[in-house]
Ligand binder design. Structure first.
Ligand code: SF4
Ligand code: SF4
Length: 112
């Protein structure tokens, strides 16, 4: 069975939260419920304050099953402002991670 995934390249996430809004609108989720939520991690490196933004997928993420059935990308991926999210087969995306030092894969097996 094909295992789908969303790759997130943390080096390019700007923390714009558009993915959260896109997910809420797609599913008509109430305020406070999201399939993806963007967390912030603030730290110091080389004497400077840095912030990393970490999109985190929750139990409310259904991988946009209805959109996939229409051959459309998940709403969060389509609307990501920084194009730091990619949707595809986990094996294919995993291959591309060799050249991405700070990427993560969120995997999903569709329900039968
Ligand atoms: S894949 Fe769809 S359901 Fe999951 S977080 Fe993205 S928009 Fe929400
Ligand atoms: S839309 Fe893209 S750039 Fe914006 S917070 Fe979400 S993952 Fe990061």
């Amino acid at each position: 069975m094909a295992r789908y995934a969303i790759l997130i390249d943390h080096d390019y996430c700007t923390g714009c939260h558009t993915c959260e809004v896109a997910c809420q609108q797609e599913h008509s989720y109430p305020v406070g419920t999201n399939g993806v939520t963007v967390r912030e991690y603030e730290y110091e490196a080389n004497g400077r304050v840095k912030i990393d933004y970490l999109p985190f997928f929750t139990e409310h993420c259904d991988f946009c099953t209805a959109r996939l059935a229409r051959q459309e990308q998940p709403a969060c991926v389509k609307h990501c402002q920084a194009r730091c999210m990619e949707f595809g087969l986990s094996n294919d995306l995993g291959e591309t991670m060799k050249e991405r030092p700070r990427a993560a894969l969120f995997t999903h097996v569709p329900h039968r």
